[in-house]
Design a protein around this ligand. Structure first.
Ligand code: ZN
Length: 168
């Protein structure tokens, strides 16, 4: 039995006052996309192909454009602490988030974007502690620079038990 459980992290949905469309440039400069925070939609391929089916409020519904728009509002209470940490992480927005208890009973959250080489781990060592973030590349078998969590080998073994396996 896998120790991993899928996590659904929810943000507070935006109210009617956000029901308006606005346009952003794509990051590559090759197009423009239209967003609406009330319907929580974007016209970019990432949203249309991968995220639109997610329910309103699910963090996995956010493409980069929706995330940037939310962060630009500079509100700090759109979800619980882990939701905010994961949502603001520069490598997201993640499509899937998994939880497992760590080797020392810490809380481990794993953020995954399909087809991306790096996984992000968020590890909390106890109640009231902050979440520390780590990056791991399954294909290269290494942690990102100078940032190796305690019990790293156990955590790598734990990640191998992820349902469906690790993305490669
Ligand atoms: Zn988008």
């Amino acid at each position: 039995m896998t120790p991993w459980k899928p996590a659904i992290l929810n943000m507070k949905p935006f109210g009617r006052e956000y029901d308006r469309e606005f346009t952003v440039e794509s990051r590559s400069g090759s197009g423009k996309y239209t967003l609406n925070l009330y319907t929580y939609t974007c016209t970019c391929p990432d949203f249309v192909q991968r995220r639109v089916e997610r329910p309103l409020g699910d963090v996995g519904r956010s493409c980069k454009h929706l995330r940037d728009a939310v962060l630009a509002l500079d509100i700090d209470s759109f979800g619980d602490e882990l939701t905010r940490v994961i949502f603001k992480s520069p490598h997201g927005p993640y499509e899937r988030i998994w939880f497992a208890p760590g080797p020392d009973d810490e809380i481990i959250a794993l953020g995954i974007i399909e087809n991306k080489p790096w996984l992000n781990l968020f590890i909390r060592r106890g109640v009231g502690q902050p979440y520390d973030r780590y990056g791991y590349s399954p294909s290269e078998g290494r942690w990102s620079y100078d940032s190796i969590p305690p019990a790293a080998r156990d955590i790598v073994r734990l990640m191998a038990e992820l349902p469906g396996g690790l993305p490669r």
